[in-house]
Design a protein around this ligand. Sequence first.
Ligand SMILES: Cc1cc2nc3c(=O)[nH]c(=O)nc-3n(C[C@H](O)[C@H](O)[C@H](O)COP(=O)(O)OP(=O)(O)OC[C@H]3O[C@@H](n4cnc5c(N)ncnc54)[C@H](O)[C@@H]3O)c2cc1C
Ligand code: SF4
Length: 328
Amino acid sequence: MNSFTYARAADVIDAVQQGTRVHAKYLGGGTNLVDLMRETLEQPSALVDVSGLSSDITEREDGSLLIGAAARNTAVAEHRAVRTRYPLLARAILAGASGQIRNMATVGGNLLQRTRCTYFYDNDGSRCNKRTPGQGCDAIQGFNRIHAILGASPSCVATHPSDMCVALAALDALVHVTGLDGSRTIAVVDLHRLPGDHPEIETNLRPGELITAVELPALPFAQRSVYRKVRDRASYAFALISVAAALDLDHGIVKDVRLALGGVAHKPWRALKLEASLKGQPATTQSFLAAVEEELADATPLPHNKFKVELAKRTVVAVLAELAGDIS
Ligand SMILES: Cc1cc2nc3c(=O)[nH]c(=O)nc-3n(C[C@H](O)[C@H](O)[C@H](O)COP(=O)(O)OP(=O)(O)OC[C@H]3O[C@@H](n4cnc5c(N)ncnc54)[C@H](O)[C@@H]3O)c2cc1C
Ligand code: SF4
């Protein structure tokens, strides 16, 4: 590890002033960043600790929920409004990591955690365009069981590892950020990028922008929502496939649906084709299967992850069937 300075931010303005300095990094719970520093994959010269900034969870008059970026993952999952109004988010968070890690991890840090591609971590032995732009990608010809099936590029086939972000994508969450130019909001589905030719650029944040909060818009039918994660072990494992979904039915017809997939792409994958195709259709396994097949028509699996296409289809159909209740 190289040497670095450490300072606790007094407030958002102080954080941004310190965080926009060259080679500065914000520090949330440190559960990802410190590991990356130990591996020398991240080498900041200054850590700006933002874990003491707002962790408030506020129910607003318009029905939305505002979650401070420093809120710990455990606090979000346990909050009454999250559990009752957005149960898919509580379940997504609880499906991730361990109790101890969730007690430390913050919302801001969870959003910006980095891929778990093993070649990315293999600093000495493997080529990785994300770590060293232009170097090549050893995952494409290597063991790519955990990698992407949608939206990948010849430069990078990594997936985004967060469970929480998949639920946020389904919920149309907004990310509040502040930088030297002021504050703005970004739809969470636009926060992360597909790899294209620049997998080293992972988000649409401007240099030094600080995430201050996440906003969940009111979505009454999200009370009926599910997060299902399929993984190799029951704990301490990232998703092979995950599905976050909410379903609104009217006499057996799909009035509205929100669905996002995890473990399939460089970013949480909002299934817009599936959603458009399902609206107005009867809530049957047949229409669920037709819609997910349309969503996955462009899937380009790698030699070791062809199973993900079928697994995603089955998981989506099972989740929607669970939400629909007793269907044919
Ligand atoms: C053993 C293990 C198992 C895990 N399993 C899972 C799992 O199954 N599912 C899952 O989803 N996650 C899993 N995780 C990852 C875990 O969820 C993340 O490490 C955690 O959410 C990161 O949050 P943090 O606050 O500790 O972030 P940090 O490590 O502090 O920071 C992560 C990144 O976010 C940036 N950052 C932090 N806060 C802000 C802010 N406010 N504004 C701008 N940038 C910011 C940092 O600069 C850094 O780049 C696992 C982690 C471990 C160690
Ligand atoms: S998939 Fe992406 S992160 Fe993994 S080795 Fe290739 S370039 Fe690096």
